[in-house]
Write a protein that binds this ligand. Structure first.
Ligand SMILES: NC(=O)c1ccc[n+]([C@@H]2O[C@H](COP(=O)([O-])OP(=O)(O)OC[C@H]3O[C@@H](n4cnc5c(N)ncnc54)[C@H](OP(=O)(O)O)[C@@H]3O)[C@@H](O)[C@H]2O)c1
Length: 238
């Protein structure tokens, strides 16, 4: 078993890598050359670091990146800056997910598990999740005005609608945290099939460390994986 973590230098990605290492999982990470990683990651022999920008890798580099990895976790997200939110690449997350899925499909002898860090702002229509009129208005505005939100929605839609549940090579789970907060320690958290509160008018909190714990458990615990396979679990701090 080998995991690949995209967005490994990010606030959640770093924690996901640490959680995988706690579980002794060999982990490949892709980070940009400006990334500063904690020593416990950069010096861990279980970690293989690949330097590059996911949007700039050519086909051969992409093939190499996913090679031998049976778990791929994306914690990619647009930087909170004007350039990160409104500049290129507009579809950082969608393009990365599409690209790793294309590779997984080429590698027909292996099944790959993909874990996408999504958001409670994603409404899973297959589960008949419904929004109030107010939520629908805000969602439309966010889709129009916030490219990173649009990217996150399209990436989850891609897994649900284009990969679906019948792909021979790809299994997936799209994890939906609510408002992300930074806590130093893991705490109790709950996981639901659908949001139990309005992500817009009554948002809850999800600490990144709890998200990372849940993702690492998904990656390493087959029973948990089977429970949430092809689903979009929502995670809240208790
Ligand atoms: N904020 C919330 O309340 C909330 C709630 C639910 C879900 N989410 C979603 O959760 C995800 C992760 O959130 P986070 O706060 O952990 O993210 P983050 O700390 O901003 O990390 C984002 C990661 O993506 C990488 N990245 C950004 N732009 C890139 C580019 N152009 N090319 C290659 N890599 C790039 C960053 O690399 P560098 O370190 O090199 O910049 C970093 O590793 C995001 O998609 C976010 O939208 C957020």
């Amino acid at each position: 078993m080998k995991a690949l973590v995209l967005g490994a230098s990010g606030a959640t990605g770093t924690l996901v890598v640490k959680q995988l290492l706690k579980r002794k999982t060999p982990t490949r990470i892709l980070v940009r050359k400006t990334a500063v990683l904690p020593k416990e990651i950069s010096e861990d022999p279980l970690v293989e670091t690949v330097t590059g920008n996911i949007n700039e890798l050519d086909q051969a580099e992409m093939d190499q990146l996913v090679q031998n990895c049976n778990i791929i976790i994306s914690c990619l997200g647009h930087n909170i800056s004007f350039k990160g939110m409104f500049g290129q690449p507009r579809y950082l997350v969608l393009d990365a997910i599409r690209s790793v899925c294309e590779r997984a499909r080429k590698n027909t002898d292996k099944r790959v598990k993909i874990i996408l860090m999504s958001t409670t702002g994603y409404t899973n229509a297959l589960l008949r999740e419904k929004n109030s009129i107010g939520e629908r208005v805000v969602n439309v505005l966010l889709m129009l005005l916030l490219p990173p939100h649009r990217d996150n929605i399209k990436a989850a839609n891609y897994l649900i609608n284009e990969i679906g549940t019948q792909d021979e090579n790809i299994e997936w789970v799209a994890v939906r945290p609510d408002t992300l907060v930074d806590d130093d320690l893991e705490s109790s958290y709950e996981v639901f099939e659908s949001p139990v509160r309005s992500p817009i008018f009554n948002a809850g909190k999800t600490s990144r460390i709890n998200v990372s714990h849940f993702m690492a458990e998904l990656a390493t615990d087959n029973n948990l994986w089977e429970k949430w396979l092809f689903k979009t679990p929502v995670v809240y701090n208790k």
